[in-house]
Design a protein around this ligand. Structure first.
Ligand SMILES: Cc1cc2nc3c(=O)[nH]c(=O)nc-3n(C[C@H](O)[C@H](O)[C@H](O)COP(=O)(O)O)c2cc1C
Length: 351
């Protein structure tokens, strides 16, 4: 089945869910332009998510995608936590913060019974997951709500695992992608492939449609993904400069500066590798730190540093999530960007 038939929208284009950088405003603008807008739930309480869903419904009745992380919450490891805080102590001192009092807590919540109720109540056309799939009974509730189910795969093994569990389509997330890597079976980063190596390997083997994600920044990228057999594309970073996105001013400035040419995978901000523009913390500590608490527990100790630095007008401690195509980002309204990306679908189009 084509993605447009599967989702009930005009274009096989998904605006990638981007927790912390967008809400219903961007999603609704994209839906109205004929593509599938996404609402990211990972950083919202159930109550905040309900408000988001109500706001979305008040703007459009079109199909949209509701996205969840589905990690399991780890036990805090006190010795790792204290080593991590020690490593950050000089930064706390520099910013005049008390290193003994940073908040704790997960920062990002996985899909659970409470959010499953919201899926049943609001019935989004599509539900997508990152980091695998939730446990079988929760997944079954999503399926019974009538939603089409998607999840990201970063290797062929992950894609086959998802297909066996009945997803309607697989998102092939290449290494170029901005934000968190969606890997869940294979944690060795040397196994992670670029989009245009991963995509045709999945297309050759899977029976379900494959959606290309990672590094697609304009119509040329869309055309290239379609030429390699993608059923559609999921685009994140390119939407970050849209006026409807909630991208903060420092993040926007970084995206429009020469700094955007250098992104790296880092676990410093959450405990899991994610791609962002290299900033001071990544440069000084190295982007991947084995001491960082397990995802999502690393977030808490960074949060006060981030807030204090941002109040002083710098992004030294901010996660500046962006993919390798960040320099292609332009500050276009979401509908215009959606139409521009859609030019890549026209068969034989010269883009
Ligand atoms: C700022 C940002 C936040 C992201 N947050 C999420 C998220 O909440 N859920 C998710 O499934 N993927 C998230 N991603 C990853 C996207 O789903 C997608 O894989 C990626 O944007 C595709 O690569 P691109 O950014 O090069 O277009 C995020 C990406 C970015 C850039």
């Amino acid at each position: 089945m084509s993605l447009t038939a599967l989702f009930g929208c005009e274009l096989p284009l998904i605006q990638a869910p981007m927790a912390g950088s967008q809400d219903h405003r961007l999603a609704a603008s994209v839906c109205v332009a004929g593509a599938l807008g996404s609402i990211p739930a990972a950083m919202l309480s159930a109550e905040a998510l309900r408000k988001e869903l109500q706001a979305m419904r008040s703007l459009t009745a079109r199909p949209f995608n509701l996205n969840f992380f589905c990690h399991s919450l780890p036990q805090a490891d006190a010795s790792r936590e204290s080593a991590w805080r020690q490593l950050l102590t000089p930064y706390y001192a520099e910013l005049g913060l008390d290193p003994t009092s940073p908040p704790s807590g997960p920062g990002r919540l996985p899909f659970n019974a409470e959010t499953a109720e919201l899926v049943e109540e609001f019935r989004p056309a599509v539900v997508s997951f990152h980091f695998g799939l939730p446990e079988a009974s929760l997944l079954e509730r999503v399926r019974r709500s009538g939603a089409r189910i998607l999840s990201s795969a970063t290797t062929l093994n992950e894609a086959l695992w998802l297909q066996e569990r009945g997803v309607d389509a697989v998102i092939a997330q290449g290494l170029e992608a901005g934000g968190h890597r969606g890997h869940f079976l294979e944690h060795d980063l040397s196994r992670q492939l670029g989009t245009f190596a991963l995509l045709p390997q999945l297309v050759d083997v899977l029976n379900v449609p494959v959606i290309a994600a990672g590094g697609i920044g304009d119509a040329r990228g869309v055309a290239a993904a379609m030429a390699l057999g993608a059923a559609g594309v999921q685009v994140g970073t390119a939407y970050l400069l849209c006026p409807e996105a909630a991208t903060g001013p420092l993040h926007r400035a970084a995206l429009q500066s020469p700094a955007a040419r250098h992104t790296a995978l880092t676990n410093l901000f959450s405990g899991r590798p994610a791609r962002g523009i290299v900033n001071r913390l990544m440069r000084e500590q190295g982007p991947l730190q084995p001491q960082a608490p397990v995802f999502p527990l690393a977030t808490a100790a960074i949060a006060p540093l981030r807030a204090a630095a941002e109040a002083r007008g710098n992004s030294d401690f901010s996660p500046l999530w962006a993919g390798q195509s960040a320099p292609l980002c332009r500050p276009l309204p979401a509908a215009e960007l959606t139409r521009e990306l859609a030019r890549g679908f026209a068969a034989g189009a010269s883009v």
